[in-house]
Ligand binder design. Sequence first.
Ligand SMILES: Nc1ncnc2c1ncn2[C@@H]1O[C@H](COP(=O)(O)OP(=O)(O)OP(=O)(O)O)[C@@H](O)[C@H]1O
Ligand SMILES: [Mg+2]
Length: 322
Amino acid sequence: MEHKDLSKIYTFISLLGEGGFGQVWKVKIKDSDDIRAVKLIKKLEYGVPKEKQYKSVLAEIKALKKLNNTRNSQFYIIKFYQFFVGINGPNEKPRPRGLNFGGPKTRGYYVIEMEYFEGMDLYQYVINMKEKGLSYAFNLSELCILVVHLIKAIDFIHKQKLAHRDIKPPNVMVRKGKVVMVDFGLACVFEECIGESGTPSYQGPEIKKCKGDRLCKIDWSKGDIYALGKTLQFLVMNSEGSTDIINELLWNMTDFDPKSRPSASEALKVMSSKDACARSAMTGYMPSPFEDLPTQITEKIGADNLDDTLDTNIKRSIFGSK
Ligand SMILES: Nc1ncnc2c1ncn2[C@@H]1O[C@H](COP(=O)(O)OP(=O)(O)OP(=O)(O)O)[C@@H](O)[C@H]1O
Ligand SMILES: [Mg+2]
């Protein structure tokens, strides 16, 4: 695979997020106006190739490619552009040979180039609203929009026989009511999904039980549903209110018995037949991938010192104008 000098390809603008394995940066492609997000994962730690990181990169690319090749993926899945190996990190000069352990084959970064999603992840959004002293982050109709579109996104992934395995608020991005999933580093094809994965507070009991057993057999579609239920609980806890149907659904999604949890498509069916709020979110709102945000708002999103007067603008950018 070709090894590229990142300083020749991108101008690094800002750090968007940092997780267990890597960093996600907002970048501008040099010699063009295109803005992208790149996930950078270090290939080496103390000179030792990181097997886990490699596996996670492979999983992420495999899942993103498969999902991106499916019709309507732009509504639910972050767009994937390319994957390559970079010989240097953000604003780092390429290292001359010999200064690093390993050879040019093992040093550097795995680079996953994606669409830059102008919005916020659900966790950031709630924190921002809390910091403003607001008593809730979502009103009822906003909650319904998010619940419906998040379940649709998971249904979309599951229909491709893939499990995400790390569903949680920081891995869900929103803008104008459009919900897009990121972070497929733990994803797997249903029949190949074995062992524990994910974030402890979003793990069902059957998954916790597998701790330490890499070959443990789990129905990971239902593991995702548990994490989805926990994510919906987080939304409801930060909402003005909820509906009986949504409350019942998230109760069932987090049932200790995986077999008693509904699938994502069953959950959608229940909501479309029984819940007026969810039904209006399904039919009344068609997320459009072409809606753009005014730049002065997006510049501010994610900034630490959000201007109070921007609250409504942020709301509008996340949920569309109301
Ligand atoms: N394409 C994107 N556009 C804008 N922001 C993004 C994008 N992808 C990720 N982010 C932001 O960066 C954060 C981290 O991204 P991601 O979850 O993919 O990496 P991670 O948690 O570091 O990954 P891992 O769990 O594999 O170590 C997200 O929570 C989100 O806020
Ligand atoms: Mg993440």
